[in-house]
Design a protein around this ligand. Structure first.
Ligand code: 5GP
Ligand code: ZN
Length: 137
């Protein structure tokens, strides 16, 4: 528990939330500023700042809860699809520094925009892939 963390306080019940699911390791509750109604956040109860700070067990627990809750969100909101998003670190738009995954129910023409895509120069793709595989070896 991080004393200053708003999602730790929600997990502990010190701050109210519209909770939709809870188990020993995870909690799911509605985002206070939804992209679409039913937009839900899934968090590990144990404080971790980002995906990279979470231990493997918590990462697995959270993803299991995401799968379970996403199905319920889709059915309850009669959504035709949903996005699962996670912002890690400030540069990626993370505002609350307690790891959380967004489940966003989606409807045709709901106005939620996807990211702009770019492209690679000749040979650049292989270079980038090899830098990543080097980090993994
Ligand atoms: P981030 O940009 O860090 O991925 O998203 C943080 C999300 O948490 C935002 O979508 C924001 O609306 C939501 N949020 C921030 N504070 C609270 C809160 O106190 N309660 C709830 N339910 N959601 C919050
Ligand atoms: Zn926390």
């Amino acid at each position: 528990m991080d004393e200053d963390c708003i999602f730790c306080k929600i997990a502990k019940g010190d701050i109210p939330s519209a909770k939709v699911y809870e188990d020993e390791n995870t909690l799911a509750f509605l985002d206070i500023g939804p992209v679409n109604k039913g937009h839900t956040l899934v968090i590990p109860k144990r404080h971790s700042e980002t995906l990279l700070h979470m231990d493997e067990r918590d990462a697995c627990h959270v993803m299991k809860t995401v799968q379970l809750v996403a199905d319920a969100v889709k059915k309850a909101t009669k959504a035709e699809g949903f996005n699962v998003l996670m912002s890690n670190f400030k540069a990626a738009g993370q505002v609350v520094p307690h790891a959380h995954i967004h489940i966003i129910p989606r409807f045709p023409n709901d106005g939620f925009k996807h990211w702009e895509q770019s492209n690679y120069e000749e040979g650049e793709m292989e270079e980038v892939a090899s830098k990543i595989t080097d980090e993994l070896s």
